[in-house]
Design a protein around this ligand. Structure first.
Ligand SMILES: [Zn+2]
Length: 146
């Protein structure tokens, strides 16, 4: 795997959910086929979970439900995403430890910009990674629009 293709609408769902959760972390699942992301499901944010490590608390029940849903819509669970508020879209040591071989890992770095606190602006950077097998290292993927 070298690249990921993501639809504009899915990019919007990703960035909107990151902005809504800010300054907390948000996480979710990405559905699609092979290297193509067709759907994004928000699973929670760290405010709800009262933890900053929400990404690592995706439960087996969540995964079961997502897989059923994917099956119904004719897609597959191909990976996960989470945000890095005020932090680069680069996997942490903990992120790397939790990466499932063959699954895409999308990280959205989000930072607040702009001069007026009452009208926050955000800038986001979306990056994707994969670990092909347990033995292999982490590889950054090229993200392409559709
Ligand atoms: Zn992370």
């Amino acid at each position: 795997m070298e690249k990921i293709i993501i639809h504009k609408e899915q990019v919007k769902i990703l960035t909107d959910s990151c902005e809504k959760a800010y300054p907390y972390e948000v996480c979710g699942a990405v559905l699609g086929h092979d290297d193509m992301i067709l759907n994004v499901r928000i699973l929670g944010n760290s405010e709800e979970e009262s933890s900053s490590r929400v990404y690592f608390s995706i439960s087996p029940m969540d995964i079961y439900k997502i897989e059923k849903e994917a099956e119904r819509e004719g897609t597959e669970l191909i990976g996960f995403f989470h945000s890095h508020p005020e932090c680069e879209a680069v996997p942490s040591a903990e992120d790397i430890k939790h990466m499932i071989p063959g699954m895409i890992s999308i990280i959205v770095g989000i930072s607040k910009t702009g001069r007026y606190p009452e009208r926050p602006l955000f800038s986001e950077e979306i990056r994707g990674y994969v670990r092909e097998s347990i033995q292999s290292g982490i590889k950054e993927l090229i993200i392409m629009g559709d």
